[in-house]
Design a protein around this ligand. Sequence first.
Ligand code: A3P
Length: 306
Amino acid sequence: GSRHLYLFQHFWCPSTHFQGVINFQNHFKAKDSDVIVASFPKSGTTWLKALTFSIVNRKRFSCSDNHPLLTSNSHELVPFLDFIFHGDNIQHKLSYLSNITEPRVFGTHIQFPSLSNSIKESNCKILYICRNPFDAFVSSWTFFNKTKSGSLHELTIEEALEKYCKGIVGFGPTWEHMLGYWKESIATPNKVLFLKYEELKEDANFYVRRVAEFLDCPFTEEEESNGVIESIRNLCSFEKMKILEVNKSGTFDRNIEKKYLFRKGEIGDWVNYFSPAMTEKLSKAIEEKLGYKEILINPIIYVVSV
Ligand code: A3P
């Protein structure tokens, strides 16, 4: 069905997520060992969830034929916090949460300022994945076009871009989303690790190692020489994930078909969708919203030549 966006605590919350977000804020108690995978939608959430789950659970599950990622989707193994809290029976949710094996790994698209205090006050860690807005926009455009449940539904691509640039998209504005986590990663580098989809694509092994160090579970020399990093990277690779039966069939709760989580997994596919006018529009928005902020200093910014 169609959904609306509510402007709530300075972000646009999809109506379908609203109850879950409120319940999460009021009831979630973070544990120090928790890991939160945070992202703006269509930025590589599914991938980072899979990597994180396999990194922190590598003693429980070796990357063999029995790994849970081969039989369960990473959104099932790493549930979204607001999704867990969707619905009324809070006690039931809390007991489910307290029974998850530690370290628990969760996903969220909620902006940093709206995370629960318990997340901010505990020693839990946050991994943030950021993606070039050009590719993230095309990814959501194609995704919500297929699922017919998103905020971009029934718009032309130009109209959708207009809204995207204005920030009126689920969990947007995208700029505030990035900046919120970015600032936090600078202020408290042991708490928030800011990752970029493009860098992960370039050198996944490096970032698998980096994430493990950040989560205080670095790879031992023995693991290094046994190729554990490489096997985690392979297990979570786009090519491997896309063809798994568990990712090809079935739907998630909100009727989103699992197979649409794996489209191309490339950098720069936006050129196949953007007219020169659209390119100028998004470039301008990026410069205006991020260009003069500290986000530029450590060049996260995705320079585009028109
Ligand atoms: P494309 O639509 O450009 O292909 P999210 O998981 O946040 O919804 O992001 C979805 C995007 O991540 C999609 O981008 C999807 O193909 C890509 N993706 C999913 N799994 C991936 C993986 N294992 N490696 C690289 N990219 C992946």
